[in-house]
Ligand binder design. Structure first.
Ligand code: ZN
Length: 241
């Protein structure tokens, strides 16, 4: 017996399909990532209006089909995120945030904290272009790694537990490494290490500042961790280290 499901969702992707339909990739608090078809969504007088564009935070009613594709039967807007669409930098940051969620969290497994984190990131991007800075984008990704269960070890050497002389990062080892364990590591300076610790520990809106060099090292640590432990390639942020 087909069922109806009512949920909040953020539109990660919205793809034209057939003559007038859209296929949506939705991220939900309690059902992870779902795919749904919105029939007739591209008709001029569609009852869905413009609510099915990327970044829309919606309340949606889905009819559960037999396969993986649900059918959208009702939509209302919770947040349209119009302000972030006005600047190329915030639009781009929002697209990268949705893309990172889509790549790291592909299944219906629930991660309500990921939903809240993405809603928070989009609200921040609405509030001002300063939140499109790479430090916020990296902090967002690091918090995604935490939710995915693959956050790197930062407090002590991932090889031997040493807490001094931490000067490298190895995704294979699982985090920062000391001078004795640095095979397969790349150099991670004190500032880059401090950024990772601060970004993980603080709210997204308070991601610490750091030099481009430190941010580039932090990005490499995050990117290599996602590749090594989740086999996911994250699109690079624009940082010149
Ligand atoms: Zn060590």
């Amino acid at each position: 017996m087909p069922r109806s499901l009512r949920t909040e969702a953020i539109v990660l992707r919205s793809i034209r399909y057939g003559e007038a339909d859209r296929i949506l990739h939705l991220y939900t608090p309690d059902h992870g990532r779902l795919a749904a078809i919105a029939k007739g969504a591209r008709r001029a007088r569609s009852r869905f209006g413009a609510r099915l564009e990327p970044f829309f935070h919606i309340g949606v009613i889905l009819h559960e089909g037999r396969g993986e594709l649900h059918t959208v039967t009702g939509v209302d807007t919770i947040a349209a995120h119009a302000p972030l669409r006005e600047h190329a930098a915030t639009l781009d940051a929002a697209a990268r945030a949705c893309d990172a969620v889509a790549r790291l969290f592909e299944t219906p497994e629930p991660h309500p904290e990921v939903f809240r984190l993405l809603a928070n990131e989009l609200a921040l991007l609405d509030s001002g272009a300063e939140h499109a800075r790479p430090a916020t984008g990296l902090a967002f990704r690091l918090k995604l790694l935490l939710a995915a269960g693959i956050v790197p070890q930062l407090a002590s050497c991932a090889g031997c537990g040493e807490t001094e002389h931490l000067q490298g990062f190895s995704a294979a080892a699982g985090g920062v490494v000391c001078s004795a364990c640095e095979a397969a590591a790349f150099p991670l300076g004190q500032e880059g290490h401090g950024f990772l610790v601060g970004a993980l520990g603080r709210p997204l809106a308070q991601a610490p500042d750091a030099s481009d060099r430190a941010l580039a090292q932090a990005e490499r640590a995050i990117t290599e961790t996602a590749e090594h432990h989740a086999h996911v390639h994250l699109r690079p942020l624009v940082i010149r280290g």
